[in-house]
Design a protein around this ligand. Sequence first.
Ligand SMILES: [Zn+2]
Ligand SMILES: [Zn+2]
Ligand SMILES: [Zn+2]
Length: 87
Amino acid sequence: MSECTHLQSIKSIRAPLMLECEDCVKIGGSWVHLRTCQACGGTRCCDQSPNQHARKHALSTPHPVIASAQPGERWLYCFPDEAFLEY
Ligand SMILES: [Zn+2]
Ligand SMILES: [Zn+2]
Ligand SMILES: [Zn+2]
């Protein structure tokens, strides 16, 4: 079992407002998959994407948890604890 308390504190899942990486859009980058920050609702790109904006956001802010923004995927991930949870 993980020691992550961040995932346990998530009561409802924030859905993506836009299906694009807001940071890639600014720099003209591209992405593979999208993740939505569960603290601020911002959507950014995954670890398979060249810029890994979701990871950078999570590790540079007090916003550790993302949800997959991909249709049909229902899971949460905490970056600092590397904890994964399906819902
Ligand atoms: Zn955590
Ligand atoms: Zn990005
Ligand atoms: Zn955030």
